[in-house]
Design a protein around this ligand. Structure first.
Ligand code: NAP
Length: 493
């Protein structure tokens, strides 16, 4: 079994305590993916020291020079794409096609961020004072902690790292404990690309120790977190108390509205993909569908027939649509929610069982599950399940549907299927989510557009798009008096 190490100051090192932990393949519970470092606050502190030492040189390198390292990393990731995709499926469980898509996504982000190296714009403006030049410029934020979840173990870290690096920051990367192999691969890519020692440091281990140490360390200037609302809320408050810049992208309970004039085929395709693709373990997964009464029966017929055609199995098999849940915690949580839905009086219209027998005994498989007769006050209607469970609601009209859509604490992504442009705009202007889709699934986004949620789904600056570069920099305002005479101008502040 391979024992993987932390990457600190350009060296692959063991923890201070010498402790390690195993990670298992969710499709083959007995198969160990590798042994990883169980780091603690002291290891995190060492990584912060390494990052602080590396920061000045990296921050002072012209941005196009930093871009050259990113372009090299892009090339290496392209060469190692299949190996990295396989690592995602082996460690996280998602179907190999999704894993390949995730690697491509990470590469797109690198390419986009590298290009931005030539666009680190500030602005100039006429000064109110004579003989004075006034302008703004960007400076790196400094040392930044990158804390990430397991469900996109390559794309999410890279969509934080690539903009952070191009802006000149030094990083400490704390990946989710269940997906450290992908994190090791990312660090290897940047090491091979020639990123100077200490600019990217990897520390694996429990969030309560390593992640928390980064939030509490006064030498860390910012934290970019993606994960659950529960952890993110505390982390944001702890960071803010220390006057750190923090962005927290968190949970979702994303809804699709299907109106009577929808292209039903398109809607069904988008909803089944959104609900059950990647086993429902995406922050943007579809977990609620709200259907206008008049087309409810037609919709349900199509939904059940498409859901029953899905193939469940090991994600490494390219024919598989729905793969195992990421680990025992997810497996229990999803089954618990299915139990809650039944107890609350929702109708189990499809699935609901943990799959057993044959290959299923080796992994954490739960059937794609559909609940109908769901009301907005039920727990399965309000809480993030993060698995292949879809809840279906009936709505009288668009207004009623939007009310149901907005009735949750989350506000990440949403979608409406309609051919009516007025109703589409009424929806766009009133739905409470950070990302809004029309006639498309709730999933995904493009790297050059901001990604993030409202309400309990996100706080702090958006990720990706040009907003990402705002988070990873500080704006400095410069005034230069080039006149020869002493200035008598009143100053108000
Ligand atoms: P999580 O339990 O909140 O963990 C996220 C990260 O935080 C992990 O690296 C975790 O480490 C670390 N952590 C745990 N406790 C911490 C603490 N006290 N201080 C600092 N860091 C700590 O989330 P998850 O289960 O990995 O991911 C699933 C969640 O992420 C879902 O809610 C999903 O919606 C959300 N998500 C959101 C987005 C988005 O962009 N909005 C994207 C993807 C996922 P350990 O693994 O060691 O516990």
């Amino acid at each position: 079994m391979t024992a993987y190490k932390n990457y600190i100051g350009g060296q692959w090192v063991e923890t201070v305590s010498g402790r390690t932990y195993p990670v298992y393949n969710p499709a083959h519970k007995e198969q160990v993916v590798g042994e990883f470092q169980t780091s603690n606050a002291e290891d995190a502190g060492r990584a912060v020291t390494a990052a602080r030492e590396a920061l000045p040189e990296w921050a002072n390198m012209p941005a196009p020079g930093r871009a050259a390292v990113l372009y090299k990393a892009l090339e290496i990731m392209g060469r190692r794409a299949e190996e990295i995709a396989t690592a995602i499926t082996t460690e996280e469980g998602k179907p190999i096609a999704d894993a390949r898509g995730e690697v491509r996504r990470a590469m797109n982000i690198m390419e986009y961020a590298a290009g931005e190296g030539r666009r680190m714009f500030g602005y100039t403006t006429p000064s109110e004072l004579p003989n004075t030049v006034a302008y703004t410029m960007k400076r790196p934020l400094g040392v930044v902690g990158i804390i990430t979840p397991w469900n996109f173990p390559v794309a999410i870290p890279v969509w934080k790292m690539a903009p952070a690096l191009i802006c000149g920051n030094a990083l400490i990367f704390k990946p989710a404990s269940s997906t450290p192999l992908c994190a090791v691969k990312i660090a290897e890519v940047f090491e091979e690309a020639g990123l100077p020692a200490g600019v990217l440091n990897l520390v694996t281990g429990p969030g309560g120790q390593v992640g928390n140490a980064l939030v509490e360390d006064t030498r860390v200037n910012g934290i970019s977190f993606t994960g659950s609302t529960e952890i993110g809320t505390d982390l944001y408050a702890n960071g803010a108390r220390r006057l750190k810049k923090v962005q927290a992208e968190m949970g979702g309970k994303n809804a699709v509205i299907v109106l009577e004039d929808a292209d039903m085929d398109k809607a069904l395709g988008g909803i089944v993909q959104g609900a059950f693709g990647s086993t429902g373990q995406r922050c943007t997964a579809t977990s609620r569908v709200i259907v206008e009464e008049s087309v409810y029966d037609e919709f349900m017929d199509g939904l059940l027939s498409r859901t029953s055609a899905l193939r469940v199995g090991d994600g490494i098999d390219p024919e598989v649509d729905v793969s195992p849940l990421c680990g025992p915690g997810q497996y229990e949580k999803v089954q618990e929610y299915i139990g809650v839905g039944t107890e609350e009086g929702a109708h189990l219209a499809f699935g609901g069982r943990a799959l057993t027998g044959g290959e299923y005994d080796a992994g954490y498989y739960v059937e794609p599950t559909v609940f109908t007769d769901v009301s907005p006050d039920m727990r399965i209607a309000k809480e993030e399940i993060f698995g292949p469970v879809l809840t279906v609601f009936k709505a009288r009209d668009l207004k009623d549907a939007i009310e149901i859509s907005n009735s949750v604490e989350f506000g990440l992504s949403s979608s409406v299927y309609t051919r009516d442009i007025s109703r589409a705009f009424e929806y766009i202007n009133t739905v409470e989510t950070g990302m809004v889709h029309v006639n498309a699934p709730t999933l995904g986004g493009e790297v050059h557009l901001p990604f993030g949620g409202l309400k309990s789904s996100g706080v702090g600056q958006r990720e990706q798009g040009t907003e990402a570069f705002d988070f990873f920099t500080e704006t400095i305002t410069v005034y230069i008096d080039h006149g020869e005479a002493a200035r008598q101008q009143a100053r108000f502040i």
